[in-house]
Design a protein around this ligand. Structure first.
Ligand code: NAD
Length: 503
């Protein structure tokens, strides 16, 4: 085992749990209670170099392991995730704070993704096409690329690593994984499972530490051709800049400012459920969280009073307690940032309907709890309607019709997820066509992706790549086009083509 609670964890490099080069460490604590979870090395550039060296060496043999055999290890990984689901779920509640059902969902997503990508071991399809020449065969095949730097956030601490690492491994790449500073214990457990499943040494390595040091070193390392990072827009921009000097392939999954549209013909009960789940689930700390609700004037008042009533009934607490609806936010800085947006919203003239304060009663002051917050009379241009807050705060905006609602929904710099509640099929299909986001839901909230469809966003949510589904394979492989001429003579493309038969 790499770690137990409050133990000192190590890096995993070349198939061994090893000490970092320096002595500095950092701790993680339970955001609900302040309990210490573990102590981890603040790794250095030297540790990143060692991990990349191990991954580079392992790549030469891993890329030659037939993909169905690579996949057999992933099937074993999937089974180990199932066997250890309860333990991982509980650790996630303690280290990250989300409530038990959601933590279980996070682990389940990794199980689903692992099995999906294991299935790819017997596909990884290319194409064959006819040639314009006689006696010539041609096809495209996928090639692995090399060492992947996988840099992940804390909000889906098991699911997101699986989105990056399982496609990379089945495609024949090797990985250096840097988990978020707030959830390194889950990162260590994730890697342990691959070790238990028999992944060869060096194929997956973990280096703990900060983004500025370990993250930057990975992004700039000359032997890491692929970087896949999920995080904030600011870090994404910095990563793209740092990787540009070596023209690396960079996959960025960044922020969101997702809107739910509620039309006057909507099932309001359903819309209320969808908004509560999307705005306050995971305490609003999902990239797909609904931090805007754009409602038709006719249902606006009814919707806002129902939302306030339900938000005020939500119970804040430790996610391990069965009756908890809303867990803590990740740390003090997040709590302060969320509260600063409440002040910004009030200063901008939005009407605070409920919440807007740090919760401290009944022992909540030991953690970082923020009351579910609803603003009304929000103008689409206000900062609370434009910027990612990443907390349990949502902004109600009025719209007169579907066209205006879609215009408002699109009027932000991000483009991750969107949703419309309507019973009118024409409106639904116009929204599907016109909402400029990577994901659109009809009659559901803004969260709830499944692993076999592409996941990612338009505009400044990313840089055009997608995780999950078939689309993920395009990032972790390079296409090679293969031409085999068995005519025995030189056939020049575009010049020696056979004459088209006369009409
Ligand atoms: P963050 O940007 O602070 O950190 C993300 C990761 O990048 C961490 O591992 C961090 O240590 C590392 N990092 C920081 N600086 C770096 C640098 N200069 N070079 C390389 N790596 C560096 O984000 P966070 O607070 O962990 O996560 C929250 C953010 O993630 C939100 O903006 C959220 O929307 C986004 N997110 C996006 C998706 C998506 O799929 N689009 C999913 C989940 C979270």
């Amino acid at each position: 085992m790499a770690t137990t609670a409050a133990e000192t964890a190590r890096n995993y490099i070349g198939g061994e749990w090893v000490d970092a080069s320096g002595d500095e460490t950092f701790e993680t604590t339970n955001p609900a209670t302040g309990e210490t979870i573990g102590s981890f090395p603040k790794s250095t550039v030297e540790d990143v170099d060692r991990a990349v060296e191990a991954a580079k060496e392992a790549y030469e043999s891993w890329r030659l392991v037939p993909a169905p055999k690579r996949a057999e290890i992933l099937f074993r990984v999937g089974q180990r995730f199932i066997d250890r689901k309860d333990e991982l779920t509980e650790l996630m509640v303690r280290e990250m704070g989300k409530v038990r059902a959601e933590a279980g969902g996070d682990v389940q997503e990794a199980i689903d993704m692992t099995y999906y990508m294991a299935g790819e071991g017997r596909r990884l399809f290319g194409q064959t096409t006819p040639s314009e020449m006689p006696d010539k065969f041609q096809m495209s095949i996928r090639m692995p690329v090399g060492v992947v730097g996988a840099i992940t956030p804390w909000n889906f601490p098991i699911a997101i690593p699986s989105w990056k690492i399982t496609p990379a491994l089945v495609c024949g790449d090797t990985v250096v994984f840097k988990p978020a500073r707030d959830t390194p214990m889950l990162g260590a457990r994730f890697v342990e499972i691959f070790e238990e499943a028999g992944l060869p040494p060096g194929v997956l390595n973990i280096v703990h530490g900060g983004g500025e040091t370990v993250g930057t070193a990975l992004v700039e390392h000359p032997d890491v051709p692929l970087i896949s990072l999920t995080g904030s827009r600011e870090v994404g921009v910095q990563t793209a800049k740092n990787a540009a000097a070596r023209l690396k392939h960079v996959h960025l999954e960044l922020g969101g400012k997702n809107a739910i549209i509620v039309m006057d013909d909507a099932d309001i009960d359903l819309a209320v459920e969808g908004i509560l789940w999307s705005a306050f689930g995971t305490s609003g700390q999902r990239c797909t969280a609904a931090s805007r609700v754009i409602a038709s004037g006719k249902v606006y008042d009814q919707l806002s009073s129902r939302l306030v009533e339900r938000a005020e009934a939500m119970k804040l607490g430790d996610g391990l307690e069965d009756d908890t609806d809303v867990g803590p936010v990740i740390n003090r800085a997040a709590l302060d940032k969320i509260h600063s947006y409440t002040e910004i919203g009030k200063d901008e003239g939005a009407k605070l309907l409920t919440g807007g304060e740090i919760a401290t009663e009944n022992g909540l002051d030991k953690g970082f709890f923020y009351r579910p917050t609803v603003f009304a009379d929000v103008d689409p241009g206000m900062r609370i309607a434009q910027e990612e807050i990443f907390g349990p705060t949502t902004a109600l905006i009025r719209a007169t019709d579907v066209d205006e609602a879609i215009r408002i929904a699109n009027g932000i710099e991000f483009g991750l997820s969107s949703s419309i509640f309507t019973r009118d099929v024409n409106r639904a299909f116009r929204a599907i066509r016109d909402l400029n986001t990577g994901i659109t839901y009809v009659n559901a909230g803004t969260t709830g992706a499944e692993v076999h469809l592409p996941f990612g966003g338009t505009k400044q949510t990313g840089n055009g790549h997608r995780e999950a589904g078939q689309a993920a394979l395009d990032f972790y492989t390079e296409w090679k086009s293969v031409y085999v001429d068995y005519s025995g003579k030189l056939q020049r493309a575009q010049i020696d083509a056979v004459e088209t038969p006369a009409p």
